[in-house]
Write a protein that binds this ligand. Structure first.
Ligand SMILES: Nc1ncnc2c1ncn2[C@@H]1O[C@H](COP(=O)(O)OP(=O)(O)OP(=O)(O)O)[C@@H](O)[C@H]1O
Ligand SMILES: [Mg+2]
Length: 249
């Protein structure tokens, strides 16, 4: 399933201990070692991640596949610093996320990471345009003309330009998903995580979004990590990682 359609610029995403020498740290956008995440206590305990060693190469498009409940979203949330692991380490661009306190982690995330949530997480009281521009507002500096232009270009390219003045409740699921993608990309983050970004899209729109993500990696050098259930979507990626039962298969 791994679809290396071009000569690999760096090592492919892979379970870290699988084979060969470790890639140079600068070739890696993110990596985990012994990553565990346990939810709940006692009988209700769920071991969502059970010791994940993963290297995500820089500037490539990596797909994560695996059955429902296998830990894909949990892995993405830990990689993106949205959730703290129960054990093990996560490094992003050479920074150990465990060494950052909550405030530093928030700033780090804001500056480096874009995240498309499986459930979109758009703010209901803001319009699509305001949702897209939100990460820039939160970043401190005023939203300038450049940022507005970038937001408009993203909206054009994702086919939601005519819905920018509507609130999420007035958008279809697929339109909300595309607004969420624009919001994740508007800061031009070095690392983009997308959790099933085509789950609500028809095949034509899906292809456009996937092409956009692939170009983000190839033309802009962004690292893109995408969860998907669809083999057709994974085929757009440079590498495919399979998660099964809280481990890299
Ligand atoms: N906040 C939580 N509290 C308790 N259990 C959780 C929580 N989040 C996830 N889990 C459990 O952890 C396991 C992994 O969940 P996760 O959301 O990572 O799966 P997934 O691979 O993304 O699944 P899907 O393909 O359905 O999105 C599941 O058994 C899930 O029920
Ligand atoms: Mg999930």
């Amino acid at each position: 399933m791994s679809s290396s359609r071009r000569a690999p610029a760096t090592a492919a995403a892979r379970p870290a201990a699988a084979s060969g020498p470790a890639p140079a740290p600068e070739a890696l956008a993110a990596s985990t070692r012994g990553l565990t995440k346990t939810y709940g206590r006692g009988a209700a305990q769920v071991h969502a991640l059970r010791g994940v060693d993963l290297d995500v190469p820089r500037g490539r498009f990596t797909a994560i596949m695996g059955p429902s409940g296998s830990g894909k979203s949990t892995l993405m949330h830990c990689l993106a610093g949205l959730d703290r692991p129960s054990g093990g380490t996560v490094a992003v661009g050479g920074t150990d996320l465990g060494s950052l306190d909550d405030d530093a982690l928030t700033v780090f995330r804001r500056e480096r990471i874009g995240f498309v949530f499986q459930s979109f997480n758009l703010l209901p009281m803001l319009t699509a345009r305001q949702n897209i521009l939100l990460p820039l507002e939160l970043g401190g500096p005023r939203v300038d003309d450049d940022a507005r232009e970038r937001a408009q270009r993203l909206a054009d390219s994702l086919g939601v330009a005519d819905r920018l003045d509507h609130r999420p409740a007035e958008l279809s699921g697929g339109q909300q998903q595309r607004v969420a993608i624009a919001r994740a990309l508007v800061t031009r983050p070095s690392l983009v995580f997308a959790d099933e970004p085509t789950g609500n899209l028809d095949s034509t729109t899906s292809a456009e979004v996937l092409d956009h993500l692939r170009r983000s990696a190839r033309e802009l050098g962004q690292t893109v990590v995408m969860v998907t259930h669809e083999p057709d979507a994974a085929a757009y990626a440079d590498d495919v990682v399979v998660v099964q039962d809280g481990l890299i298969a």
